[in-house]
Design a protein around this ligand. Structure first.
Ligand SMILES: C[S@@+](CC[C@H](N)C(=O)[O-])C[C@H]1O[C@@H](n2cnc3c(N)ncnc32)[C@H](O)[C@@H]1O
Length: 223
């Protein structure tokens, strides 16, 4: 940085930036209330170097909301729903993907809501509108984690959106289950960013555990 310039009014000198001098990059915080969208999360992960250094895969593309702030060059966008799968017109099941380990980043946002409490509109969008046992939903997610881990290139990152949540009166520690599946596939956890939600507790529900008002983005690295 260039030397402080004396202020004209005699007050303390202010540091100034010369032409071409970069300002300090923003500090990325694990639990940041100013992060309002998943797209903000992706920008944070770009700034941390987890996405953007090579090929990136989004195998649960949906409406593509993760990429509304920034998207990496050559992003591969697939989904099991062909109408949401711009890079593969017949759709791709995240449990059986056609690629070798070529991606430097895989961003996996599975249908992670486990309980059957209806959220009209959102359930359809997130692919959890069909009735299913929560154990089967969890098995689907973990199969996806293992397959996503497989297609990550050595030195690359796997990012998984998930949430510890109350199901039938008990907490299901989904972040632990996802971590075990990723570690079982040979990856190591390197980061954890929280995403705050402001949805209120449903009316008339007896509360037996702290309400989980955040979802989590886990970041793993393949050696
Ligand atoms: C939580 S949503 C993802 C939302 C997305 N990130 C967005 O910005 O809209 C989960 C997505 O997974 C897709 N999906 C569900 N089962 C799948 C499977 N077996 N293979 C691939 N995609 C699947 C759903 O169609 C849905 O779009």
């Amino acid at each position: 940085m260039s030397a402080p310039r004396p202020a004209q009014d005699g007050s303390a000198a202010q540091p100034s930036l010369s032409v071409g001098e970069a300002s300090a990059p923003p500090v990325v915080i694990a639990i940041d209330p100013s992060r309002r969208t998943n797209a903000d999360l992706m920008v944070a992960c770009r700034d941390l170097g987890y996405i953007g250094g090579g090929r990136t895969l989004d195998p649960t593309h949906g409406l593509g909301t993760f990429w509304r702030g920034w998207s990496p060059d050559g992003l591969v966008r697939t989904d099991i729903d062909p109408t949401k799968s711009p890079s593969a017109s017949r759709g791709v099941d995240f449990r059986y993907m056609p690629w070798a380990p070529i991606f430097s980043a895989v961003v996996f946002d599975p249908p992670y809501k486990l309980n059957g409490t209806e959220r009209p509109g959102a359930d359809d969008r997130y692919g959890v509108n069909a009735p299913a046992r929560w154990q089967d939903r969890m098995a689907l997610i973990l199969a996806g984690v293992r397959e996503c881990a497989r297609v990550v290139a050595p030195g690359g990152h796997l990012l998984v959106k998930c949430q510890d949540q109350v199901v039938s009166g008990s907490v299901v520690w989904q972040t632990d289950e996802v971590t075990r599946a990723a570690e079982g596939s040979g990856l190591s956890k390197v980061d954890r960013l929280e995403f705050l939600s402001y949805r209120p507790q449903p009316d008339g529900r007896r509360q037996v555990h702290a309400r989980r008002n955040h979802s989590t983005l886990l970041v793993f690295r393949k050696p």
